[in-house]
Design a protein around this ligand. Structure first.
Ligand SMILES: Cc1cc2nc3c(=O)[nH]c(=O)nc-3n(C[C@H](O)[C@H](O)[C@H](O)COP(=O)(O)O)c2cc1C
Length: 310
């Protein structure tokens, strides 16, 4: 399926795997998505510059297709890792939160495609002004950092305000999500939670099982994980957060098991680690390969579009 985003990124299908700390932080998932015709994105926030360079080189060995690297402001070595991403000529640069102007300008100067994720209309408009080539727009249903606004409202508003291609994130997991994205004026989708539950995802089997067992009502938004609104699955840790007043960073670090995503997604302690995931977990009921998932979304979307025309 061709859209403005497949043209821009040089990929076959308008499907992106959103960066996920401790999940898309190694070669397997990123390379599998890119090999299947989507765009895999490496999360580098928790990598040292040496680890980032090694992983980027492994991805290049595993696929000759485009892929991206993502930086988040909590990265302890933000500028050093950015230097590695530029040095290794990663084709696409994505950025998770905050004002990306400084990093966007560096990425653009070095010929990378800049693809930030934004959760508010004004931030998407600002990203375009700062030089973003496309913008991922994440609504409140999404896993991880959560907008205040639903995807169904946010995306059409952004699509009306920017000229660059828009990609929908948050609450997308199947062919209907892709068709809705196109109807809202977007040019593709970016999925996080759905890609956690794939064969190539390195997430611990307990984490995959927890998502498979969760319904759309089993998530909540808390500021206690990272200091800003973050959507996580309901578990023992989340229960401890409920009813807590605002807490300091020190209290938060004591309460969560830093780095708490690692605890859940790598070590498999899904009760006490922070299980960032979106409401779409209610629609996830199998563990396909990335290729199977991407192909069924694209063929399903094409079929729906044909049916709508009749
Ligand atoms: C476990 C987890 C970790 C995440 N880590 C990052 C990250 O490091 N950087 C980033 O920009 N977004 C991060 N996100 C957000 C995803 O890239 C993506 O935008 C989001 O999952 C989309 O919503 P969905 O889960 O409903 O598909 C994370 C999401 C999850 C679920």
């Amino acid at each position: 399926m061709k859209t403005r985003i497949t043209e821009l990124l040089g990929i076959k299908h308008p499907i992106i795997q959103g960066a996920m700390g401790w999940v898309s932080q190694s070669v397997d998932l990123v390379a599998a998505v890119s090999e299947a015709g989507g765009l895999g994105i490496l999360a580098t926030a928790r990598l040292t510059p040496d680890q980032a360079r090694k992983t980027i080189r492994e991805i290049k060995q595993a696929t000759d297709k485009p892929f991206g690297a993502n930086l988040a402001p909590m990265s302890p070595q933000l500028d050093e890792v950015m230097n590695v991403i530029i040095d290794e000529k990663v084709p696409v640069f994505s950025y998770g939160r905050g004002n990306p102007e400084r990093l966007l300008k560096r990425a653009k100067a070095d010929g990378m495609i800049a693809l930030p994720t934004m959760g508010a209309v004004k931030h998407a408009v600002r990203a375009e002004q700062d030089g973003a080539d496309a913008v991922i727009v994440q609504g409140l249903e999404g896993g991880g950092h959560a907008s205040h606004v639903a995807t169904s409202v946010l995306v059409p508003l952004v699509a009306d305000r920017v000229k660059i291609p828009v990609i929908v994130a948050g609450g997308v997991g199947d062919a209907r999500g892709l068709v809705a994205a196109l109807a809202w004026g977007a040019a593709g989708i970016s999925m996080g939670t759905r890609f956690i539950v794939t064969k190539e995802s390195p997430a611990h089997p307990n984490a995959k099982r927890k998502i498979l067992e969760s319904t759309e009502e089993d998530t909540l938004v808390t500021t206690h994980v990272t200091g800003v609104r973050c959507r996580v699955l309901f578990n023992e840790l989340a229960k401890a957060f409920l009813g807590l007043p605002e807490i300091t960073k020190e209290e938060r670090d004591k309460l969560i098991f830093e780095p708490s995503l690692k605890y859940a997604f790598v070590e498999g302690n899904v009760d006490r680690g922070s299980m960032a995931a979106g409401q779409i977990c209610g629609m996830i009921d199998d563990i396909p390969t990335c290729k199977e998932l991407i192909e069924r979304i694209v063929t399903g979307a094409e079929r729906i579009i044909e049916q709508i025309k009749v």
